[in-house]
Design a protein around this ligand. Sequence first.
Ligand SMILES: NC(=O)c1ccc[n+]([C@@H]2O[C@H](COP(=O)([O-])OP(=O)(O)OC[C@H]3O[C@@H](n4cnc5c(N)ncnc54)[C@H](O)[C@@H]3O)[C@@H](O)[C@H]2O)c1
Length: 277
Amino acid sequence: MISLPGVEEDARHDDHSPSDEEGGAIARLAGKAALITGGAGSIGLATARAFAAEGAQVMIVDLEEAALERAARTAPGESIAWHAADVTSSEAVKAAVAAAVERFGRLDVAFANAGVAGVIATVSEYPVDVFEQVMAVNVIGSFLVAKHALAVMNAGGSLIINSSVVGLTSDRGICAYATSKHAVVGLMRTAAKEVAPRGIRVNTIHPGPTDNEFQHRIEVEAVGASEEESARAFEQMIPLARHAKPEEIAQAVLFLAGDESAFMTGHTLTVDGGLSI
Ligand SMILES: NC(=O)c1ccc[n+]([C@@H]2O[C@H](COP(=O)([O-])OP(=O)(O)OC[C@H]3O[C@@H](n4cnc5c(N)ncnc54)[C@H](O)[C@@H]3O)[C@@H](O)[C@H]2O)c1
């Protein structure tokens, strides 16, 4: 084996092969422990369930204890732990990461997924306090998850940040949201280069409009029609002509979390029905 400068010996080895010694398939995240912020929400919970179904130990993190408990209960038989934390607080995110490591003995996967949309307004009319809140949750929150999770991850680790199709494109009225979702691409690219020598990968995911409350609110505000009419207006812009299901976004996150994507880092993975083409 050639020796690469700056690459730790153990970073080149794969401790968690997706196949067992006899060649039979085993769960894709067997032996891994994961933390998911925004885990009581639509995409976060769908991802937690997908991870748990593939053998991971999962901790979901969100603002409200009661919402977390309700979310974990929707996954009977899948053991999902929870921890309340506001991702805009460094102490709170550090404590959530420490709780996951204490419970599972390790942290292999972190999904920085907590996010808020802000309002629809032109740049000139955009409320400064809303812009700041969107940056605090979407950018500082992702930074804090990266900061504290990467510090405890080992070789084979994977950090995924939930950006958006508007982390690669944009549209009128969404300056705070689009700015925040572009910003996390810079965070991802920087972190990917920093932790590659430790055998840890960092990628962003770029979902298109997903069929959930978060997106319905944006569509109604942007189009100014009923939920149904607003959804149809959005679907006309999407080449695959429909919204994503949260479970479809979760499958893409699962791919980036597991060893099937072992040679992918610094990637911006679109899951948008072709909206960004
Ligand atoms: N829904 C879509 O169409 C879509 C498309 C592209 C990207 N996204 C991104 O997906 C991510 C998840 O969104 P979703 O669609 O599941 O919406 P959601 O509202 O169901 O989930 C977001 C979760 O983040 C949590 N959250 C918000 N602020 C927080 C904070 N300060 N600390 C901790 N948790 C906090 C919320 O409580 C909520 O549970 C977001 O980052 C969003 O920007 C969504």
